[in-house]
Unconditional design. Structure first.
Length: 449
């Protein structure tokens, strides 16, 4: 079994060795190698087949790595985050993205399953329900040099169970914002001494969440155009009677500022607008106290108007009142890479094809596949630094920059060729392919995905 795992993968996974026992560590390496090399469903059986262990007598121990073995997924997430930050964001603020996604799953034995609105197939006038698991994903937004773009790299995923599932198990139901608060504070604790900026969509634009994390990190999200904005509470003097004021005078709403001809607009050009294009925008900004009865948080608001008149006005906020408005917009538009990552993990890493039904295996498998996206990116970055990485182009489709499929192909090539060239060191042009390896390659090529 030890010889089954390619040597490069053993070296790449070495930082995680402290997260598993000695017995589980050998099986973990096989499962990770199988998940990378597998081209079909990401099941334990599929991983064993591609690793040439389909006839192994102890196949059940690989299932137990996910269903019963004792190891902490949170500890693995911490190691992964440190590897990503040290390699891709060694200096400056650490920008993370927070978003939820639905993993479509069916089956009576999946206890955490719920019924949710399908965000892909639903629209404003058409509501589509879907059965599945709701995951809250925290991703590092980091520039990938060889891709020429910012990628969203998952490192922590939390299952947000449905209210029905929580009631059936006798547990208190946690709101999505409660899960987000815990995930954000956990990330900030893992990165002491670093400035952390979190970007999220309007689902996380809640005063309770923003106020709970504002002292530890900066949150950037959307803001309602009719939000109640106020001046800070005036200073209390010695002769002031009654309870201390919590807010000052009411400020105009952002809708009123849009209609006010006296509003001062600044014309800016934002680079990297949802990709690599540039966009001319008019923006106005200021500080305020976002107040709702019993709750308030200090923010910097940014009101944006499309300079070309194609998009409706939008508003954003930052829990750091001193933040630069243009930096706020630049960080927020990076969030679109989250959708790209969620699409890629479904297309190339088999998310939603796994078939575990035990609670612990479900809690581990999907976060592992999401984290594998970041690991493949990290490994491809190391390989690209040594030998370069070119996009896989064809005559009828030109790629300007490598994508995740190119990174995955580069890592797979390294893993497949490692045992081949290990036995052909003298002449790499005439490689001696071991029979077992050749059989595995033919099996992968012929078997339907």
């Amino acid at each position: 079994m030890v010889n089954t795992v390619p040597r490069p993968l053993v070296q790449w996974l070495w930082p995680f060795i402290g997260c598993f026992s000695a017995a589980n560590w050998q099986h973990v390496q096989v499962l990770v190698a199988g998940a990378v090399l597998c081209t079909g469903r990401r099941t334990v059986a599929g991983a064993l087949r591609v690793m040439g262990l389909e006839q192994a007598a102890g196949f059940a121990v690989y299932h137990r790595v996910l269903s019963t073995a004792r190891w902490s997924a949170r500890r693995v997430a911490r190691v992964l985050l440190h590897l990503l930050v040290s390699a891709l964001v060694p200096h400056g603020p650490v920008v993370i993205a927070l978003d939820d996604t639905i993993e479509r799953r069916w089956g009576k034995r999946i206890a955490m399953r719920g019924i949710y609105r399908d965000p892909v197939r639903s629209s404003h006038g058409h509501f589509v329900k879907v059965s599945g698991l709701r995951w809250l994903c925290v991703m590092l937004l980091a520039p990938v040099p060889w891709a020429g773009a910012v990628w969203a790299l998952p490192f922590l995923s939390v299952l947000a169970s449905s209210e029905r599932a929580a009631q059936s198990q006798g547990r208190r139901h946690k709101l999505l914002t409660d899960q987000a608060r815990q995930a954000l504070l956990q990330t900030a604790r893992w990165l002491p001494g670093r400035t952390v900026v979190a970007v999220a969509d309007s689902s996380f634009s809640a005063i309770e969440l923003l106020r709970a994390v504002a002292a530890h990190l900066t949150v950037i999200t959307r803001l309602r155009l009719d939000a109640g904005l106020y001046e800070p509470a005036p200073a209390r003097t010695a002769r002031t009677m009654g309870r201390p004021r919590v807010k000052g005078a009411r400020l105009p709403t952002l809708n009123e500022r849009l209609a006010d001809p006296a509003t001062e607009w600044q014309r800016v050009t934002l680079r990297g607008w949802y990709g690599k294009t540039e966009r001319r925008l008019d923006l106005a900004s200021g500080t305020a106290l976002w107040h709702h009865p019993g709750r308030q948080v200090a923010i910097r608001w940014v009101l944006v108007r499309d300079g070309e008149g194609e998009k409706p006005p939008q508003a954003f906020l930052s829990t750091d009142p001193a933040a630069d408005p243009l930096a706020i917009l630049g960080w927020f538009v990076q969030r679109w890479r989250v959708e790209v990552t969620l699409s890629e993990v479904r297309r190339h890493l088999g998310v939603e094809t796994q078939r575990q039904w035990s609670d612990l295996a479900i809690l581990r498998t999907t976060p592992a596949l999401l984290g594998l996206f970041s690991l493949v990116t990290l490994w491809a970055d190391r390989l690209a630094a040594d030998r370069g990485l070119q996009p896989d182009g064809v005559r009828w489709y030109r790629k300007a920059e490598p994508t995740f499929s190119d990174a995955l192909a580069l890592v797979r090539r390294e893993l497949w060729t490692a045992p081949t060239f290990a036995t052909s060191r003298q002449n790499r042009d005439n490689a001696e392919i071991p029979t077992k390896l050749l059989d595995r390659l033919i099996h992968v090529a012929c078997r339907p995905p």
